[in-house]
Design a protein around this ligand. Sequence first.
Ligand code: ATP
Ligand code: MG
Length: 265
Amino acid sequence: MLQITNLVKRYGSDEPVLKNLSLTVPERNVVSVIGASGAGKSTLLRCINRLVEPTSGDIELNGVNLTKLRGGQLRHARQRIGMIFQGFNLVERLTVMENVLSGRLGYVSFLRAAFRRFPQADIDRAFHFMERVGIAHYANKRADELSGGERQRVGVVRALMQEPEILLADEPTASLDPKTSEQIMALLRSLSEELSLPVLINIHNVTEAKAYTDRIVGMRYGRIIFDGAPTSLDEAAMDEIYAGTPVDDRAADQAAGRPLETVPS
Ligand SMILES: Nc1ncnc2c1ncn2[C@@H]1O[C@H](COP(=O)(O)OP(=O)(O)OP(=O)(O)O)[C@@H](O)[C@H]1O
Ligand SMILES: [Mg+2]
């Protein structure tokens, strides 16, 4: 279970990008995070895997407070967070198998990795998941020879190789055609169920979010202003999520007695 409490992220001395945000995602819960560009969706995911440092607040994954970890403990926790990217982030000149096994790098010693000698158990695990997502026959193909949908499947398998306790996906389907997007969304949904994982997906396509996720979280300029079932995301909620500007929000904060200075820095 992921439990975020009063998360604040401020870049430099600017207005916070995340403002006292709290969110709980249990196992087998697939959550879409929607919201206008700049709402803070990517910052939220990056705070979870500590690619950016939260300014304050707590992020607990299965009881471990990620915000307090340093050094080896942080590396270990990060290893258990599977990240899936819009641009796939594969090593183009390496094969599918090599890309997938790179998900094990936190577990395999440097020397073994340098000589590409992975334990048989890792190779078996790789084939198991490649078969699961339908790319096993591409194991020896170079990543740059694959289509977008195939690449994203490689990205998903690489994340699964980490034995993740959560999957975080930042616009995983934004570079894919509509049909392939749906397949990837369906895949993430079934993997959440099969592996009992919480899944958090940043996504702009609201139709896909509604069709393939259990729950929708609507962000607006650093706050969660909607959190509910896809069926309860009506037009009024959509307007609230997507209408307005940061300036409107600043005025609303002030009118509601939430001056920015009260946000811890
Ligand atoms: N490294 C950074 N330094 C300073 N400001 C940043 C940094 N990263 C993001 N921001 C700012 O934080 C805000 C939220 O950005 P973020 O990327 O989280 O938005 P987003 O909701 O993911 O948007 P999009 O839908 O376009 O991906 C933006 O105003 C952005 O300019
Ligand atoms: Mg983003």
